[in-house]
Design a protein around this ligand. Structure first.
Ligand SMILES: [Zn+2]
Length: 336
């Protein structure tokens, strides 16, 4: 059977006909949902190097010529770049997790022997030899692509946390081994959190598990069931991804240690724009502090809301616990 040509093969065929010889390619594979294919080509008849880039999210294989962008590289920079990559023969290197979708950077070089360097999101520390080549290539790409380069260099700039945001991960919430996502020390700490009952609220709402984990602050954990195979996890702690709080919540889900949130509704008079949009909406509430209700915003942030406004109670409890603790508390505040 004839193997179907990949989009990369087709692009390569097209460029080869134009006299391009592939020296290096950088593929941002589903990186922040972008698919950018970048090449360093040598064009023999002109004796020049060219940077070629294609945005595969907007690409039509039947009109390749319309989607190819290219820019001549100065001889000085090209010589430096090639020298960098050929100076030493670096072994193939891999640092990626197959269970994480996207955010992969695939760099292939074709000097002497072909080599590949593949990593997820951040260029791993110790892969310094790729810093200059990446920076040189990106200097020829549209300015908007700088954000990718900054993110790729996140580990070197110690700015990894700035780039932490939601990514779906392949994980069977009820059955998969925790070591697939969590480091051993996180599992150990998370286990302590779970066994000491720090998961104080846990409720499934639509296709999301929402939880509060008690710690130095109350931490909000959201586990979104993206599909049968993937979950999206989020915690508002500093560590952010695959932290002990998320571990503890997954443990609690597996042990079915659910505890519903209080639900309250804003019933005050709408005086500000915020109140106008919040009126009639119900909030998840997980307790009180200094006469304020601790509410969760749709984004998963905690915000303390005054129970009373101008001597009037502006919240109505629509779901309480078995002891009606929240309603009783609000009654007390009202009669103060
Ligand atoms: Zn956390």
């Amino acid at each position: 059977m004839l193997k179907k040509k990949s989009v990369f093969d087709k692009i390569n065929d097209y460029l080869t006909k134009k006299g391009h010889e592939l020296c290096m390619s950088i593929y941002l594979n589903n990186y922040n949902n972008n698919n950018i294919y970048v090449r360093l080509d040598y064009v023999d008849k002109l004796s020049v190097y060219k940077i070629v880039w294609i945005d595969l999210n907007f690409f039509d294989e039947s009109h390749i010529e319309d989607y190819i962008n290219s820019q001549m590289m100065t001889k000085f920079l090209a010589t430096k770049l090639v020298a960098k990559l050929t100076k030493e023969e670096y072994e193939n290197r891999y640092d990626f997790n197959d269970d994480i979708i996207g955010d992969r950077v695939e760099i292939l070089t074709y000097f002497k022997n072909p080599h590949e360097y593949i990593f997820d999101r951040f260029l791993p520390l110790g892969w310094d030899f790729l810093i200059d080549p990446l920076a040189m290539v990106f200097s020829y790409l549209p300015r908007g692509m700088e954000i990718f380069l900054n993110e790729i260099f996140g580990k070197f700039d110690h700015l990894e946390e700035n780039y932490n945001y939601l990514k779906p991960v392949k994980f069977d919430l009820l059955n998969d081994d925790f070591s697939k996502l969590f480091k051993p020390q996180i599992i150990e700490r998370g286990e302590k959190y779970f066994t000491s009952g720090k998961v104080s609220f846990l409720e499934k709402i639509e296709n999301k598990y929402i939880a509060i984990v008690d710690g130095t602050n109350p931490y909000v954990v959201v586990i979104d069931l993206v599909d049968d195979e993937h979950i999206l996890v989020w915690c508002n702690c500093k560590y952010n991804t695959f932290c002990k709080h998320i571990y503890a919540v997954i443990r609690a889900i597996r042990e079915e240690k659910f505890n519903s949130f209080y639900k309250v509704r804003y019933v005050g008079k709408a005086e500000t724009l915020l109140e106008k949009v919040t009126i009639g909406n119900f909030y998840l509430c997980f307790g009180v502090e200094d006469d304020k209700l601790l509410l969760l915003t749709a984004e998963g942030n905690v915000f303390p809301a005054n129970i009373m406004h101008k001597n009037k109670c502006v919240f109505e409890v629509i779901e309480d616990d078995d002891d009606c603790s929240l309603s009783k508390y609000i009654e007390e505040v009202k009669t103060q």
